[in-house]
Design a binder for this molecule. Structure first.
Ligand code: KG4
Ligand code: ZN
Length: 336
């Protein structure tokens, strides 16, 4: 089955073609980073307009590059949530209208299910059950996955998401958006042990996370410095990254042991972080299991993951009716 995936939940406009037999046939992605960078964060109305403007030419480019005509597409999967209302509506309207014109089924996909499932596309060694750590700009979730569609949320962030904490800390250090890759790069020049930051909620039972206090601790550290030179910034970036990585790793260890799981799947934008990958690889080696990550282009938002998650749902006969419904807030366990 040939599926067109459409992703517009935040600041990436993306389309992709996934064939259940041949795999990924192509993808086109346009990031809005430059558009939002001057504001230090995503401006929802600008995001919606940009999605509406660029979706048609991106689809045209995708079909031309993949040598596929619209009439060959057999199903459409679009992100129905969670995300920005206007941005989601643009992708959903586009997907629904195109499906109506082509007389093919369309289904709304949960953005985090896309992140969660895409490692399976690249790595056939991933089998159920597994523990999933989903770390993006909007979510931090620890999920026990027994089957596709069977998700038990063990823990989540009570305030800022891990990616959001990277972005806000980067802003405090005068680094551009998105902050994750910037912090990772700067941290490489930091001096280990020069600063130490708190590991929130580690002493409490359970698997929830909290990152807003860490951001406040960074703010206080920044303010307490008489001179915020390059090497000081680098050491703060390193201390921050160490605190986030340590917190995520120890919660994963707790969940792996309690649930007796030997497989960890990490996904979402923050899963691109090399320090996090190293810490989790070390942990799984110690626990006698394996950690799996998507390739770097599939860590951050993309339409391949939406096409891939959508193909499972379309293959099961799931499809929406003509009405366009989106879910800006959407619990992963509430997917039909
Ligand atoms: O999954 P994603 O592309 O979008 C959402 O669904 O939110 O994640 C974006 C987040 C941003 O907060 C970005 O700063 C973070 O992922 N990120 C990283 C890295 N690359 C992207 N965080 C840490 N290290 C990275 N290398
Ligand atoms: Zn995402």
């Amino acid at each position: 089955m040939l599926i067109l995936g459409i992703e517009t939940s935040c600041d990436e406009t993306a389309v992709a073609l996934y064939d259940s037999e041949k795999g990924i046939l192509g993808q086109c992605l346009r990031t809005q980073i430059a558009l939002h960078q001057q504001y230090g964060g995503v401006i929802p109305e600008l995001a919606s307009r940009d999605h509406a403007y660029y979706l048609p030419p991106l689809l045209r480019d995708l079909c031309a590059e993949a040598g596929i005509s619209l009439s060959q597409i057999e199903g459409i999967a679009y992100t129905a949530g969670p995300g920005l209302v206007g941005a989601l509506l643009v992708g959903a309207m586009f997907g629904r209208s195109l499906a109506y014109a082509l007389k093919i089924p369309a289904v709304g996909v949960h953005h985090m299910e896309g992140h969660l499932l895409v490692p399976l596309l690249e790595d056939p060694q991933i089998t159920f059950p597994f523990l999933a750590l989903l770390v993006s700009g909007g979510h931090t979730l620890l999920v026990e996955v027994t089957q596709i569609g069977h998700y038990e949320i063990l823990g989540q962030s009570l305030d800022d998401a891990a990616g959001e904490a990277f972005d806000k800390t980067a802003k405090l250090l005068g680094l551009p958006y998105p902050g994750g890759p910037q912090i990772q790069q700067l941290a490489q020049q930091g001096e280990s042990g020069r600063f130490s930051l708190p590991r929130p909620l580690l002493d409490k039972p359970g698997y929830d996370f909290s990152f807003s206090g860490l951001k406040t601790a960074v703010l206080q550290l920044v303010r307490s410095q008489t001179e915020l030179d390059h090497s000081t910034k680098a050491s703060i970036a390193l201390a921050f990254q160490e605190a986030v990585v340590d917190t995520l790793t120890r919660k994963c260890q707790r969940a792996l042991r309690d649930r007796q799981l030997k497989r960890l799947v990490v996904a979402g934008g923050v899963s691109a972080n090399q320090a996090l990958r190293k810490a989790l690889d070390d942990l799984l080696k110690k626990e006698g299991g394996t950690a799996h990550y998507p390739s770097l282009p599939l860590c951050t938002d993309n339409a391949v993951m939406i096409a891939y998650a959508g193909h499972y749902r379309l293959a099961k006969g799931q499809q929406g009716d003509l009405s366009v419904s989106i879910h800006p807030r959407w619990d992963l366990t509430q997917i039909p």
